[in-house]
Design a protein around this ligand. Structure first.
Ligand code: MFK
Length: 237
């Protein structure tokens, strides 16, 4: 079983001169930025049908070089560093993700603090974010808060209260912190506000996270974490 993260055919050798991880990350981020511009402009587009069809043909053509070397479901992206927290395609924070705002998160006085601006592509009610997008952002920053507090786990419960709609194209601020640890169960709370009115909570959430036992971790992620093991990782798409 090859360890190639570069091709859909795991028996193929890796490219003779692989570009550096840093260069691939920069290229992935550049593509992500272009994709985010595309999806936002598509969501806001009032262009005539012939222009939209021309764009669709161009996008189909652009898909060809991107699709040449694909990883499988069981392969971690070669540009990622799981232990270092680098997830280039994370759908909330990933620089390479077409669907990530992306949310930028840092730790400020023990709290995870995130900033982002949501475009029209995230619209639910006119002018405001879809409620599922708010939950997505909150789940991410809650998970980040539990990880930086030394209690990484998986979300088993997310209670979300929508107090006011979240405006699009408006700088937002998220904040999260751990409020309780009970064995393997970790509770954290998070809020979304606008940057200009940080005291007016728009959405708040409480998340319950469970730290995995080693057998649970192995059952769920063993295939991805041990690519050289005898399981048929590359068979999964
Ligand atoms: C820096 C990096 C930042 C990364 C941020 C990423 C954020 C994104 C986070 C996610 O989105 S994770 C993906 C969404 N979550 C999942 O897919 C998890 C699906 N759930 C599971 O796979 C299992 O529930 C899990 C392996 C996590 C736990 O297994 P079990 O459900 O068998 O629970 P377990 O027996 O280990 O129970 C541990 C404790 O948690 C409790 N528990 C489990 N699920 C619960 C629940 N839903 N509500 C309340 N309590 C729950 C359970 O009762 C027990 O309590 P006690 O110890 O007091 O007995």
């Amino acid at each position: 079983m090859g360890r190639s993260y570069h091709t859909i055919d795991s028996t193929s050798p890796p490219p003779p001169e692989s570009p550096s991880v840093e260069d691939r990350r920069a290229a992935i981020a550049e593509l992500g930025e272009a994709l985010r511009t595309l999806v936002e402009q598509a969501a806001a587009s009032e262009s005539p049908a012939d222009e939209l069809r021309r764009a669709a043909a161009l996008v189909r053509e652009a898909t060809i070089p991107v699709g040449k070397q694909q990883r499988t479901r069981g392969q971690i992206p070669s540009a990622d560093d799981l232990l270092g927290g680098v997830r280039m395609h994370n759908p909330v924070c990933g620089d390479g993700s077409a669907i990530a705002p992306p949310l930028r998160v840092e730790v400020v006085e023990g709290k995870a603090v995130g900033t982002c601006t949501l475009g029209l592509v995230y619209e639910g009610p006119p002018m405001y974010a879809h409620g599922g997008i708010s939950a997505l952002l909150l789940d991410q920053i809650l998970g980040y808060a539990t990880s930086v507090a030394g209690h990484p786990g998986m979300t088993v419960r997310l209670d979300t209260q929508y107090r006011a709609p979240v405006p699009l194209r408006t700088p937002l601020r998220l904040a999260a912190e751990v409020v309780g640890v009970d064995g393997r169960k970790v509770t954290a709370r998070a809020t979304i506000t606008t940057e200009s009115e940080p005291d007016a909570v728009l959405v708040e959430a409480t998340g319950l996270f469970v730290a995995l036992r080693s057998d649970q971790s192995e059952r769920l992620f063993g295939e991805a974490l041990h690519p050289d093991a005898s399981n048929p990782a590359a068979a999964h798409d």
